[in-house]
Write a protein that binds this ligand. Sequence first.
Ligand SMILES: NC(=O)c1ccc[n+]([C@@H]2O[C@H](COP(=O)([O-])OP(=O)(O)OC[C@H]3O[C@@H](n4cnc5c(N)ncnc54)[C@H](OP(=O)(O)O)[C@@H]3O)[C@@H](O)[C@H]2O)c1
Length: 321
Amino acid sequence: MSQHLVLNRTGDKMPLVGFGCWKVDPQDAEDTIYNAIKAGVRLIDGAGDYGNEIEVGRGINKAINEGVVKREELFVVTKIWNTFHAKENVRPTFEKQLKDLGLDYVDLYLIHFPVPLKHVAIEAAYPPGWYQPGKSDDIEFERSPIQDLWREMEKIAESGAAKNIGISNFNVQLILDLLTYANIKPAVLQVELHPYLQQTRLVEWVQKQGIQVTAYSSFGPASFIQLTDDGKTAEPLLGHPVIKEIAEKHGKSTAQVLLRWSLERNVAVIPKSMNVERTKSNLDIFSFSLSKDEVAAIGKLELGLRFNDPFSYGFGLPLFC
Ligand SMILES: NC(=O)c1ccc[n+]([C@@H]2O[C@H](COP(=O)([O-])OP(=O)(O)OC[C@H]3O[C@@H](n4cnc5c(N)ncnc54)[C@H](OP(=O)(O)O)[C@@H]3O)[C@@H](O)[C@H]2O)c1
């Protein structure tokens, strides 16, 4: 099996397995990213919102400067946050992110969420997150159409400063609309995908449009324990008996089975780990494959359970309805 997905327009090869930077503490980020690259990671999935781009960039540049890897062997992804959707804010935000990362270009620039939040100046708060400074229990929107944002994303792609552009947390309705005006088709859609939220129709339709799919939160509840105070959780997937049985059969870990399950759907994965041994094992998912019966058994675990839902963060935005 190939270890890459080929992206439309550029033909760039995006590694099927990467490393996610969400919740990597800035004080650990430089070492964590450097060690992940040394362990073999070639795709780094970051975002302005993760609050660690300076340190992630240091880790990347340390690995490049020490000759561990060449820049062109890495695939760096970042995302534009919700408060920067207005057309005049897009390029300056992107430039800040490039500068923070200490890079001349990124390989993929994604719209983090299709949610136009009221602009917060970089000097006022960065990253600003969902809440507006001075307000604790509500969010404010601004009138920034995705179409205008996409035009600016296209300009960044045309300039070569982001080799590819794409979207995250978009549903079919929005993508269908975007495809009516896009001069550059999104290269990638990044969404939450795991056995409890399989979104099979979305994945298959998006892939048919020539857009590659990346799964985030492949381990389901594993990274959301602190976020769900509404009881919206489920048996940890990493310890689920069905996943365990399959893992034992293959002599693999449950984490490797969960990642391999996405690969069986031609979907890329970006697991995050603070432990370099786990990161190494998360990369080692090409030496086995799941049988049709095993994929079917995992198919039965569907619960329609979404963890990364702004609605559950307490400000009443039912984004995925
Ligand atoms: N576009 C979006 O809106 C969005 C949203 C969420 C996430 N993402 C991206 O997707 C990435 C991954 O998603 P995620 O951070 O939600 O979590 P995840 O990768 O599904 O899970 C991370 C959790 O799993 C543990 N873990 C990792 N490898 C393991 C292994 N081999 N065995 C056992 N436990 C393991 C980690 O603990 P340790 O660190 O202790 O190993 C951590 O608690 C993010 O970092 C981010 O880049 C994007």
